[in-house]
Design a protein around this ligand. Sequence first.
Ligand code: 0PR
Length: 365
Amino acid sequence: MRKYGCSEEELFSFLSSVKGRDLGYNKVLSSMCTLPHPVAVKAHNLFIESNLGDPGLFSGSMSLENLLVERLGTLMHHPAAGGYGTSGGTESNLQALRIAKSLKKTSSPNIVVPASAHFSFDKACDILSLEMRTVPYDEGYRMDSGQIEDKIDKNTICLVGIAGTTEYGVVDPISHLSDLAEERDIYLHVDAAFGGLVLPFIENSPVFDFRLPGVSSISIDPHKMGLSTIPSGCLLVKDENMFRELGVDTPYLTVNREYTLHGTRCGAAVAAAVSVIEYLGTEGFSSIISECMANTQRLISGMERLGYPLVVQPDVNVAAFECEINLPGWVISRTRAGHMRIVPMPHVTRDIIETFLTEIGEANV
Ligand code: 0PR
């Protein structure tokens, strides 16, 4: 640390120059985050000092967290769902597995996940000492229904399905998982970190939420398609009492027990997330999602016309192609299988898609 602080001018000129090295979102086609909505930024700033880790001090912020859970629970067709604002999908997935592990005590617990599972499950299994059993893809890059039962045994504490996979944007056979979960009395967690704020706004999209009776919990991330500020996730549970499994005594706080993972928690991101939801409503979200889906379709038809086949028709705005090209100036990612992967987020406008298609068309010649 310096002995004497620098001037504000010097500090902010340093910060601006450093920020200039961040890529921003302009030609970023790989990210599942996006520019936050202006109301999210405003609300975040308004609640900048809020700490949900000691909710008695911030009862206004806590009421916003309750509203967030109620709104997302209702979107997932279960207004009475319990939940709290997490730091993102990783924390939500970890906490869901903690609940599942606590509900079913066995000496060598395992979980059954699709091959597409996000790497947050590797981290959670490492932390919780769980064996991760992976079910291969079917031809549509979804968890192969026919191979799930083979992986389940008496030590299986949790089944996981993904609603909007990170790499191919598809939804696993969650209704089949729900049947299995009910039959075998196993906890079912749905990772809808990405798809949770996309699928409800697409007509005839696959059902993945609490309408399926076997679903125990759902992860949804406002800092992805919720256009909110980072860090913002939400873990919803079917029954609020499930959180008792995680309760610890907190004698010197304004509440006596808590079940969250973090101690100090960002109330600003919760205020931001709920603000976007209130400001846009279902109409606003539907129009943003339909634009992202239209851009995804335009990208798909453009790529196919150029001779780069789509790997699988996605359920959400993520598209993967058989294409080896690396276009300078663009940030594009690749799936584990090496497919080109593009996420048409709200910052990826139609103009950006057209420019990308033109450039990739020229690279083709
Ligand atoms: N579950 C799913 C289905 C996800 O796609 C992700 C993140 C997570 C859980 C974990 O969420 P958090 O990162 O919020 O803990 N998927 C992307 C990834 O990490 C997110 C991402 C975001 C990737 C921005 C790139 C990027 O620039 O792969």
